[in-house]
Design a protein. Sequence first.
Length: 236
Amino acid sequence: MNYSDYIIYADESGDPNPAPIDANYPVFVLNFCVFRKDHYAASVLPAVAALKFQHFGHDAVVLHEQDIHRGKPPFDFNGNDQEQASFRHELNTSIAGMDFGIIAAAIDKPRLTQTTVSDVYGLALQRCMEQVYRFLETCGQHGSITHIVLESRGRKEDAGLMQAFRRIGAGDNGLGKIMPGFDMVFAAKKSNSIGLQIADLTAYPIGRSYVAPDKPNRVWEALVKPKLLNKVAIFP
């Protein structure tokens, strides 16, 4: 098989349903983390495994942004604030040093209500696929099979997203091009995919940068912004 040199791990932040709208976070973000497979295998996987072994003693723990931010077990480190701070610092430093790109789309849900668009997730997926297709063109990889790995959200939700994916890939997109090289893979959370965990850790800061651009957002500034392959696509 003619597989691409790249793999994409995707995760979202926010509610993909048009309503209700959270006044504190009225945005839906889809985040594509684009890795070269050779770097991912040689550097990313061992770096995250080593971090987990160091701080938890095993690598079965799943890194989840909300749990880390709220200090939920095991990320509370039994009340050891110094260990918790050390883990967060080393995690951020590790991700900052990884060589991967970010392509993202942010959907402003209140503004979306003024349009005829109702498929929030499908719209975000289209915007991300258009951008990553252009990127793969510049790398000469657009004709190869590039997998987009997402966390499974349920049979009905996955089927709806796959339908949108096929429609976009068949040419119903802003580029007006058929995108035959993409393949979508759904993975369960228990798969403990490192790529999906990195996509999760970097999705929320993108939304916060749009909702509250004037507030401090250290992860956005240090980890996410330097890795953007394009400006975050905003709609509408």
